[in-house]
Design a protein around this ligand. Structure first.
Ligand SMILES: [Zn+2]
Length: 247
């Protein structure tokens, strides 16, 4: 029984249309069994918060009860504190994308701490103590960034290149043509076309039977123990990097 309860608890954090098999014994109550874990992905958004686009994205995600992960730029937080509180309240994961959207490779220890530490302090004072996982700008990291990260490092396995195309249909098509179970999908919530594209992706994948989770939930669901400094491109074995050198 114990594993069943645990599976049920994990399922309940996911947003999706769960596959169910109902059986109704004669004269008895219907029981619902939950089948195999459906394919699950994490949608992630960098470079916000931005008042207009991020608020609209949160509205659309709330309508669908879909959780996401936001890697925030610290200097954008001060003018959007209520939006950040709302993200946390509505079950989204919040992470660090550097205070000033700078390259984290090649920094001195004090410059690294002045940037990443400054954003962590901002988030802690706004939301309370938390882990605040790291996504380095441009995906640039090396062994030094890994050693200093103080949290798991999240990259991506599906790149929408939404900053380049600015076209919702193109963005959605790029994801839907290649998405797989365990993917981490990269968007930027500072463009209207990215919000529209992301919502098209969510609706299409819900219709295909996919579930959505935050990155932290996705790794846990797949039995992966997240470790500080390890790079996660996806929640599949080939997406985990103890060493990473891309800059
Ligand atoms: Zn960025």
């Amino acid at each position: 029984m114990r594993w069943k309860k645990r599976a049920l608890a994990l399922m309940l954090v996911l947003a999706c249309l769960l596959p169910r098999r109902e059986s109704v014994p004669a004269g008895g109550r219907a029981t619902v069994e939950i089948g195999e874990t459906p394919p699950t992905v994490a949608i992630t958004f960098d470079d916000g918060p931005k008042a207009s686009t991020t608020a609209r994205l949160l509205d659309e995600l709330a309508l669908r009860e879909v959780p996401a992960t936001f890697f925030l730029v610290g200097r954008e937080i001060a003018d959007n504190e209520e939006l950040v509180r709302r993200m946390a309240r509505e079950g989204h994961q919040i992470g660090v994308h550097s205070y000033a959207h700078i390259r984290l490779t090649g920094l001195s220890r004090s410059d690294f701490d002045a940037d990443v530490g400054r954003e962590r302090a901002q988030l802690s004072s706004l939301l309370g103590e938390g882990e605040f996982w790291l996504r380095p700008p441009y995906g640039w990291a090396d062994s030094t960034v890994q050693a200093r990260a103080g949290a798991p490092i999240v990259m991506w396995s599906v790149d929408t290149e939404d900053w380049k195309y600015r076209d919702a249909g193109h963005i959605a098509g790029a994801v839907l043509g290649q998405v797989q179970d365990g993917d981490i999908i990269l968007f930027h919530d500072i463009y209207d076309s990215s919000v529209d594209g992301a919502i098209q992706v969510v609706d299409a994948l819900l219709a295909r039977g996919y579930c959505f989770a935050t990155v932290e939930q996705l790794l846990a669901l797949k039995g992966i123990r997240a470790e500080n400094g390890t790079v996660y491109r996806s929640a599949r074995p080939e997406g985990i990097f103890k060493t990473w050198d891309f800059q």
